[in-house]
Design a protein around this ligand. Structure first.
Ligand code: NDX
Length: 256
């Protein structure tokens, strides 16, 4: 049966950190080619409806840790912290896999990116789940540790912002529409990438709550992946809408 190999956790986390830097170097200047940053002349072939694409892409992030958690024998019951943290991760991806895709009004998604996105979700789902279920050691009172409580709070706050912002974006379109409008309300009042801001806060909260290398590596990846994307969205809006709110920042309210 499976057991903890600390060397494996270290290797996979380091590679995740390296992927984050690769992502940053590839997409700091040129955005990832999906959504509003896809080239004009793209073939309809090689794409999947947004619903299927997001469902398939994010499913492994839910399934892999959920299966690891369910199949571990003997079941890991102690400490409570480990199961709770694993459940938080699965909870986010339950939303992202089973709820978000069914409401999205996004454009069809490129198959090639879907493929890499899925690989990424398998990789990260395994790393986070494996670490929490087989490796993590917490004192029995971890649930009352300031890192756990403050991290959990940030996680919940970030998730709230992320879900609310996803909703505001979706409401910009009627079903079947594919045009872009100026997002309004919620944290969009302050930043162009409100959904991304929420997601980043969420995963840094998770990292603090788990106080683990894999989770910090993933938070760093998230920052490197969607941080620049928020900036590209911001530039797109400034270029497209002459009446775009001047005081609005790209990612961090009042700052950047
Ligand atoms: N999926 C994370 N790199 C990824 C997809 C792409 O969850 O190979 C990262 C994720 C993947 C990526 C994933 C990993 C790295 C990949 C990359 C592709 C290449 C890259 C694999 C796994 C790679 C190497 C080689 C280094 C490994 O038509 P539309 O679609 O634009 O419509 C949009 C709509 N909308 C508007 N509607 C009207 N008016 C407007 N002004 C609108 N603006 C937007 O709203 C969408 O339907 C919807 C949301 O759009 P957008 O662009 O704001 O968000 P999006 O980027 O689609 O993300 C959706 C949610 C969001 O909440 C975000 O926080 C979360 O997913 N997310 C996204 C990406 C990564 C991630 C989270 C994470 O790292 N945690």
């Amino acid at each position: 049966s499976m057991q903890c190999f600390p060397g494996l956790v270290l290797a996979l986390s380091s590679l995740l950190g390296a992927l984050a830097l690769l992502q940053l170097s590839l997409h700091l200047r040129v955005p990832s080619r999906y959504g509003k940053h896809e080239e004009r002349l793209c073939r309809p072939r090689g794409r999947l409806p947004a619903r299927c694409a997001w469902f398939l892409q994010e499913l492994p992030s839910f399934l892999v840790p959920a299966l690891l958690l369910a199949l571990r024998s003997p079941p890991r019951l102690e400490p409570l912290g480990c199961r709770l943290l694993c459940c938080l991760f699965c909870w986010h991806y339950f939303y992202r896999t089973f709820i978000y895709p069914f409401f999205t009004r996004g454009r069809p998604f490129p198959l090639q990116l879907l493929f890499f996105g899925m690989l990424f979700c398998i990789y990260n789902g395994f790393l986070q789940g494996y670490y929490l279920i087989y490796c993590a050691e917490y004192p029995n009172d971890w649930c009352t540790d300031i890192r756990f409580t403050s991290g959990l709070l940030l996680f919940l706050l970030g998730m709230g912002i992320n879900i609310h912002s996803d909703l505001l974006l979706r409401q910009l379109r009627k079903p079947g529409e594919v045009t872009y409008k100026i997002p309004q309300g919620g944290l969009f009042t302050y930043v162009s990438g409100a959904n991304y801001f929420g997601e980043i806060v969420e995963w840094f909260g998770f990292a603090i709550a788990t106080w683990s290398l894999p989770a910090f590596a993933f938070a760093f990846f998230t920052l490197c992946c969607i941080g620049p994307r928020a900036y590209h969205h911001h530039r797109y809006y400034l270029k497209t809408f002459t009446d775009y709110p001047k005081s609005r920042k790209a990612l961090i309210p009042f700052i950047f």
